[in-house]
Design a protein around this ligand. Structure first.
Ligand code: 13P
Ligand code: SF4
Length: 331
């Protein structure tokens, strides 16, 4: 991947902002003037979610990017998500407020090692989670997100040999539920691996009516004590339709903003991490995006996500395949 961003030294535009301006009003003005939209992931802080034109999980954000005719897409999320937007909307300028907003899961799958691994299993279909770099997507047959991974795998013939990458917890979860024997890349997310079973069980004693809801990127012991397992969007939906009133939420804490907004009468408790001092239920990459950086990014139109045409062409095939299957399955 080539990123051409002159004058960017720290990964973002570090320009002084006049203290007297109304920054939210200015962002809205810049959006209109420049025909720009802001797409934000559920793991962003509440103020960033509230300034966005669209808030969603990685599947919904990809679908939104694929259909937009905006000149500029400002992606309030992590780098692989902004790359996916660029692949699906190459005609738009895609901006990310901080180039350091990476992903520990995407980093756990280096392209050169993954290419070797794929070549060692030539008869296997490669399914990769969207949480991968564009380079990994070029070696992938079908992309997936946590919302559609199970259904995509299930839509394939039972005897189809599959490599699943990069999340071992999501991959093992799909193997368990579908009875498949996919070969799984040994990657993980530093946020979802950190939830503590003991901490959750202690909370359950305090709130006996609370249901534990978790993301499939959590480790198996957390999944086994969960009342519901689902993607970020599925967890949100569950709390909206479920009759219960209390939830212990084992995923990144940003989603609680939408949960509380949709069900203000319910109680949402962030599941504790193994190390209570680490603040691990916050993704430190997601939280690099701030309102100030969004303002400077829109103003200076930097940093920009730039991918070469060949990477876009190859990576797009796997994302298109995912969107095609999702449409067919009405996901
Ligand atoms: P979603 O597919 O639920 O948006 O998950 C994205 C992610 O980064 C999970 O950690
Ligand atoms: Fe990546 Fe985990 Fe952050 Fe999601 S929560 S963006 S998988 S590091």
């Amino acid at each position: 991947m080539v990123v051409e961003n002159t004058n960017i030294t720290d990964g973002f535009v570090n320009s002084e902002i006049d203290k007297n301006i109304d920054i939210i009003a200015e962002i809205n003005k810049l959006k209109k003037e420049k025909n720009a939209i802001i797409l934000a992931h559920y793991y962003q802080t509440a103020d960033v979610q509230d300034i966005a034109d669209f808030v969603g999980d990685s599947l919904a954000l990809s679908q939104k990017a694929a259909e937009t005719d905006a000149k500029i897409i400002l992606f309030a999320g992590v780098h692989f998500m902004a790359e996916t937007a660029k692949i699906l909307a190459p005609q738009s300028k895609v901006l990310i407020p901080d180039l350091n907003a990476g992903c520990s899961l995407a980093n756990s799958c280096p392209p050169d090692e993954f290419e070797k691994f794929v070549n060692q299993h030539p008869d296997h279909l490669v399914i990769s989670y969207v949480n991968t770099t564009a380079a990994i997507k070029t070696f992938t047959d079908i992309c997936c997100t946590s919302t559609n991974a199970l259904q995509i795998v299930d839509s394939l013939p039972k005897d189809q040999k599959i490599i699943f990458a990069p999340d071992r917890n999501l991959g093992n979860y799909i193997n368990r539920v579908t009875g498949r024997d996919m070969i799984i890349w040994d990657g993980a997310c530093h946020v979802h691996e950190e939830f503590s079973v003991e901490g959750i069980l202690a909370l359950k004693k305090q709130y006996p009516n609370a249901q534990v809801i978790s993301h499939p990127e959590c480790q198996k012991p957390v999944q086994l004590i969960s009342d519901f397992i689902g993607s970020t969007a599925a967890l949100l939906k569950f709390t909206q339709v479920d009759k219960g009133n209390e939830y212990i939420v084992a995923t990144e804490s940003g989603i609680l903003h939408q949960m509380k907004k949709a069900s203000p009468q319910k109680l949402f408790i962030v599941a504790p991490a193994k190390d209570s001092t680490c603040g691990c239920n916050d993704c430190n990459f997601m939280k690099l995006i701030t309102i100030k950086k969004i303002y400077n990014t829109l103003k200076f139109e930097k940093p920009e996500v730039i991918l070469d045409d060949e990477t876009i062409r190859k990576a797009k095939k796997s994302i298109d395949k995912m969107l095609e299957i999702s449409k067919k399955l009405k996901l």
